[in-house]
Design a protein around this ligand. Structure first.
Ligand code: FAD
Ligand code: SIN
Length: 534
């Protein structure tokens, strides 16, 4: 395998909403390289449907948005981070509009919709249900007008370059068929690799969401936090032979209801806001309902909405359902909760600083405490633009010297990658990856208990050899990352002996304050071993 070295001022790993916004900030201070492991636009941002929560409507207040976010976060939100999100959010959205993002309007004004647990109509959207694609389009277009920004697609980051306790860039496999190793030296590195839905076998997330950033950062020496909190989205299309596909929460916001296999609504039995209860409550109620009915199906029902409404308001979802033989306005849509959003992640402060010098994080890979134990719907795209900009500002202000990573370090990595000494048979790695994903879904999913978590822990331990894998095949390196992230989630879920927000334990059904009114930090200095000790 060939290798080369590149030097750049700032390296941004990830080209979703967070990475792009960080890069646009950073280019004022130097040359920026943006890496995407697939096509530039591929990532969760591109698939975001419902919209962006922002307190811009006449009857809304920043303080209302703040209260809603804190309430849903079940006591674990960082208040300062929430205050930043809701206060800076409106400016970031105005800025997106200035850069060409187009949001849906009604009567010449932004059209605000309702989603669960919002006390106001607060969600702006684009093309009905293509909000993320429009934001991604506008940010890429903006970035492409800036001379200091360069994109590299199909550039898979394997690990970070760490020298003397400082992150000095990354080891990247570039190219599709026969990747070459590029050691990218950078003054500062911004991690914006998105989420980890693919750690679970049933997910709304695209294939690229394998949690690479969390695993990469942990291996490099950055701490993780809140890893037990994984959000399961209630309404994911779930039919035989149909790939998991999100049916936006906005569909319930517009009046869609959930029914059990007897055709009865059940959410009223679980929460006063019924289908518009916070997402954790709806998903957990659905899990109970499925259990109570011996595993029978649940459905999203939109049939009572005015003729033509569903098709007009949710064109992308309508077409996708149609492609699978379902008429979203006439048929009951079979749904099941699916892994959707990683609330925990790389521990970062309000400016994206991680515990590893030279490494910044923003977007879904980062955890600055904005979402607490459960994320309010449509707060994630907003988080991406608000904290992406802040991470970019902090990285350029950090005053880090040009990367001085010694060639010997780079040579060692290249030898390890090229030697094949850390390789395992491909089939074995792919099988291990699937075992982890299925185990995580079954034992570390919507409702957890000590027995299931213990058996997941054992299963992961038995696959520990995956952690040492070093091979120039991105897909196999993703398996290693899925293993790390699975182990981190399972470990944190075992430790938190209470139920709070998205973390639901049938053996500890109550929230336990003040004992658990705290964050669980997984220290990178304990290494992988720390994830398997109690
Ligand atoms: P992403 O947009 O996922 O981008 C990640 C980037 O990192 C990609 O460019 C990828 O190639 C790159 N990358 C990953 N690993 C590597 C690696 N090893 N090397 C190099 N590059 C790498 N949130 C809302 O607020 N509103 C919504 O309506 C909404 N709808 C959603 C619908 C769906 C179906 C999904 C899946 C999520 C939705 N979310 C929504 C959540 C939201 O879309 C994401 O949290 C957000 O877009 C994440 O942005 P990001 O920039 O952090 O990561
Ligand atoms: C959705 O459209 O339901 C997704 C919104 C989100 O994840 O915030």
């Amino acid at each position: 395998m060939s290798w080369e070295t590149r030097e750049i001022d700032f390296l941004v790993i990830g080209s979703g909403v967070a990475g792009l916004r960080a890069a646009i900030e950073l280019q004022q201070a130097g040359r920026v390289l943006i890496l995407a492991k697939s096509a530039v636009s591929e990532g969760s941002t591109e698939y975001a449907q419902g919209g962006v929560a922002v307190a811009l409507s006449d009857d809304d207040r920043i303080s209302f948005h703040e209260q809603d976010t804190l309430k849903v976060g079940a006591g674990l939100c960082d208040k300062e981070a929430v205050q930043i999100l809701v206060t800076e959010g409106p400016d970031r959205i105005e800025e997106l509009i200035k850069w060409g993002a187009s949001f849906d309007t009604a009567d010449g004004k932004l059209w605000f919709s309702r989603e669960a647990a919002h006390s106001r109509d607060r969600i702006i959207h684009s093309g009905g249900d293509s909000t993320g694609a429009e934001i991604e389009r506008a940010l890429i277009a903006k970035a492409r007008t800036l001379d200091n920004i360069e994109f590299v697609d199909y550039g898979f980051t394997v690990d970070l370059i760490v020298d003397d306790g400082i992150c000095k860039g990354a080891f990247v496999l570039v190219g599709l068929d026969v990747p070459r190793l590029v050691c990218v030296k950078a003054r500062a590195t911004v991690l914006a690799t998105g989420g980890a839905g693919q750690v679970f076998s049933f997910t709304t997330n695209p294939e690229v969401a394998t949690g690479d950033g969390v695993a990469i950062a942990f291996r490099a020496g950055a701490d993780l936090v809140d890893m037990e909190f994984v959000q399961f989205h209630p309404t994911t299309l779930c039919a035989e032979g149909v790939p998991a596909f999100l049916l936006s929460e906005a569909m319930r916001g517009e009046g869609g209801v959930l029914r059990n296999s007897d055709g009865k609504r059940f959410m009223e039995n679980y929460h006063e806001d019924a289908e518009l209860a916070p997402r954790d409550i709806v998903s957990q109620a659905m899990a109970s309902e499925i259990k109570a009915t011996g595993g029978r199906r649940l459905y999203l029902d939109l049939r009572h909405l005015p003729a033509g409404f569903v098709k007009g308001r949710f064109p992308r979802i309508y077409e996708t359902c149609l492609g699978h033989g379902l008429r979203a306005d006439l048929d009951l849509l079979p749904v099941h909760p699916a892994a959707h959003y990683m609330i925990g992640g790389v521990k970062s402060d309000k400016n994206g600083r991680t515990t590893l010098m030279g490494l910044f994080a923003c977007g879904e890979v980062a955890c600055a405490g904005v979402h607490g134990a459960n994320r309010l719907a449509s707060n994630s795209l907003l988080e991406g633009v608000v904290f992406g900009k802040r991470a970019g500002q902090a990285a350029q202000a950090s005053g880090l010297a040009p990367s001085s990573a010694p060639d010997s370090l780079l040579g060692d990595f290249h030898r390890a990658m090229g030697s094949g000494s850390h390789e395992l048979p491909t089939d074995e790695v792919i099988a291990a990856r699937e075992t982890v994903r299925k185990t995580m879904w079954k034992q570390v999913g919507i409702v957890r208990d000590a027995e299931g978590l213990g058996s997941a822990d054992e299963c992961l331990r038995a696959l520990e050899h995956i952690s040492g894998l070093k091979t120039p095949h991105p897909q196999l390196m993703e398996a290693r990352n899925i293993f790390y992230v699975g182990a981190a989630i399972c470990h944190a879920a075992q430790m938190r002996t209470e139920s709070r927000g998205t973390h639901s334990r049938s053996d500890y059904p109550k929230q336990s304050d003040p004992k658990w009114l705290r964050h669980l930090v997984l220290s990178a200095s304990d290494g992988l071993e720390g994830l398997f000790s109690r």
